[in-house]
Write a protein that binds this ligand. Structure first.
Ligand SMILES: [Zn+2]
Ligand SMILES: [Zn+2]
Length: 638
């Protein structure tokens, strides 16, 4: 009779299963760990007291994770199949695990206030990698020789067994702090702590600190009015006090993956600073985490930061000499129990994929390349030259491969295939909607993706001329608009031709953040019921950008408030999509619907789509972003 403990786990990432294995080893616990596509299964020989204390201890060392779900246990006569343990071969880029965090705040440890604390199952490993395969010799840590304590740990500490990036204050990366005149080097525990303490106090007193973190340079300061700030919440308690969140959002922000989330504001002070919503982050790497600790000690619950370059102006600089390769941070979207990665590289990549074709793919600087018989998707700079039968490159990518069999592909094709591949549906007919600024309706016949209803191309130059000739009476609207909003009229009269429809809309509405994100944020603050119908076309079924703009302008002249308008923009898109998709479904005889593109990460649009297309249970990316970064994977299936 075996005792089986199962935990739902929705990702192929192995760090949680590997951490459980290492912990079992450390505790001398006889057990086996199996990971399937949707769960981690722990098998124990028998149920006894030792098991009970093991499970309690496990709870302490396991981090919260985006991918972890509910657990259950049962007895079984059969032993679940066991797979051989594999050495971690792709570097992680997540927050420190509970055990590593404990070390960072334990004054007796060799890693007290050491921001580069990590183990086989956690931390910022990827930023140090210079090329595959992942081993110390291929990272910027190669010049650091581990001290004798670290060397000993490689054998004795189950969590850091053979860990490529092992280091501590004694042997590791030095930190320095620079103000206008003086440079302070941190040499021992006391110095490391002091450096973060001084930074925290400086910020609390209104100064800014430019800090090199494992995710690139960040400028930290006391939160101030701005749309481009990211709010850094230093304490978990602050979330409930200042932000309006559902449980799923709270859990996601605190998960070891530490995604970025747009959340509605609650406290008056945050409403005053950021309006109805703000991008939020919980400390996600050693540097930011140690700073946050000192921010709390200095009496602040949150601060703000911007991602920036090393030459950004600031009162203080905290720096280290080790070169790093930061990844683009990842935004998450949550609607009830559905979590979608919106955009970015971190958390989702690197990843291993299983696809037998001898093909290299490249899109948005991410490549899928074979390394020692395993296909890995990661930043192209990290791979050595390889030979391949075919080379698939995104059409907009500036990359000279010189390969005789180079194929250029379109974003929407690859996006659609990435979803079908994630759902094991490649080769089956499907309807697709790709919405990434512009909107495409697609049909996949099992072989090729066809742009079935393309948008009418949009050019933002000579805008007024195009609007005035749209239909009869449109010229009058242009005149009235010029009288009512002379400044906006002037700006729209001088646009360059390459702006997207949402930027132009945001300008017309006078939003501070002149982008889709700005419209999306404004829509979040609308609390009423919809009903405002924004025109999306003039003739045939194609989305007409000029009709859309004209409709918005006439509502503006009718004094409709911005939040209502922005909400209605998404609602109207939802209705439009909800109308076209069933028409296409009828024509081609399939019930499979695929949604791709970042624009879907919007509460009002998402809710509307649920209502109009919910019956088809539309497929979306699961482990990869719904945005452009999934293309590199989808291209494997074109
Ligand atoms: Zn760890
Ligand atoms: Zn050391």
């Amino acid at each position: 009779m075996y005792f089986i403990f199962e935990i739902a786990f929705s990702s192929p990432k192995q760090y949680i299963a590997n951490l459980i294995r290492a912990y079992a080893k450390q505790q001398n616990m006889q057990m086996e760990v199996l990971q399937t596509p949707d769960k981690i299964v722990l098998t124990f020989e028998k149920e006894d007291e030792k098991l009970e204390s093991f499970l309690l201890g496990l709870e302490e060392v396991l981090p919260a994770s985006l991918f972890l779900g509910k657990g259950k246990h049962y007895f079984s006569d059969e032993r679940p199949a066991v797979l051989p343990e594999t050495k971690p071969d792709i570097p992680l880029n997540i927050a420190p695990c509970p055990t590593c965090q404990k070390e960072m705040f334990d004054v007796s440890s060799r890693r007290y206030y050491y921001p580069f604390t990590s183990c086989n199952h956690c931390g910022s490993q990827h930023p140090f990698l210079t090329k595959y395969p992942y081993e110390r010799a291929n990272t910027t840590m190669k010049f650091i020789v581990p001290c004798s304590d670290c060397k000993e740990e490689l054998k004795s500490n189950a969590l850091r067994q053979d860990y490529s990036l092992i280091s501590c204050i004694e042997c590791g990366i030095g930190l320095r702090m620079v103000d206008k005149e003086v440079e302070h080097m941190a040499l021992n525990k006391g110095d490391y702590r002091k450096l973060f303490e001084v930074s925290g106090r400086a910020i609390a007193s209104g100064k800014s600190v430019l800090m090199k973190t494992m995710h690139g340079y960040r400028k930290f300061f006391k939160a101030k009015k701005s749309t481009s700030n990211i709010l850094l919440m230093a304490s978990a308690n602050g979330f409930n006090q200042h932000l309006m969140m559902v449980e799923q959002e709270f859990n996601a922000l605190l998960s070891i993956e530490r995604p970025m989330l747009r959340v509605a504001t609650k406290s008056d002070e945050l409403k005053e600073l950021y309006g109805s919503s703000v991008l939020v982050k919980y400390p996600d790497d050693g540097m930011t985490m140690l700073l946050a600790k000192e921010i709390l000690s200095a009496g602040l619950e949150y601060i703000a930061y911007v991602e920036c370059d090393s030459d950004e102006e600031a009162d203080f600089l905290v720096d280290f000499d080790m070169p790093i390769n930061p990844q683009r941070d990842t935004k998450l979207f949550i609607n009830q129990d559905r979590k979608l990665f919106v955009s970015g590289e971190r958390i989702c990549y690197p990843t291993k994929v299983y696809q037998p074709k001898n093909r290299v793919t490249l899109a948005h600087d991410l490549a899928c390349v074979d390394v020692d018989g395993k296909k890995i998707i990661d930043s192209i700079e990290l791979f050595d030259k390889v030979t391949t039968d075919e080379f698939y490159v995104l059409e907009s990518e500036e990359f000279e491969s010189g390969h005789s069999n180079e194929v250029r592909f379109k974003q929407y094709e690859a996006s659609m295939l990435s979803v079908l591949a994630e759902h094991n549906s490649v080769g089956k007919k499907a309807i697709g909607v790709h919405f990434d600024g512009s909107l495409h309706f697609l049909y996949y016949n099992g072989k090729n993706v066809i742009d079935a209803v393309p948008p009418i191309p949009f050019e933002s130059d000579n805008l007024w001329e195009k609007i005035a000739t749209l239909r009869e009476g449109s010229d009058r609207l242009v005149e009235n608009y010029k009288k009512a909003y002379p400044k906006v009229w002037e700006r729209l009269d001088n646009l360059k031709g390459d702006m997207d429809i949402f930027e132009v809309t945001a300008i017309a509405l006078g939003l501070e953040d002149e982008s889709l994100e700005g419209i999306s944020a404004e829509a979040l603050s609308f609390l009423g019921k919809g009903g405002l119908q924004i025109d999306t076309r003039v003739k045939d079924n194609r989305f007409d950008n000029y009709a859309f703009l004209t409709s918005i302008m006439s509502y503006q002249l009718g004094d409709v408030e911005n939040a209502y308008m922005c909400y209605s923009i998404y609602e109207s898109f939802g209705d439009y999509i909800g109308e076209i998709v069933p028409q296409l479904i009828e024509k081609v005889d399939t019930k499979t619907v695929v949604l791709t593109g970042e624009t879907f990460a919007n509460q009002s649009l998402y809710a509307r789509i649920e209502r109009t297309l919910g019956q088809y249970k539309p497929l979306m990316n699961v482990n990869l972003p719904i945005g452009k970064e999934s293309g590199v994977y989808g291209a494997l299936y074109l």
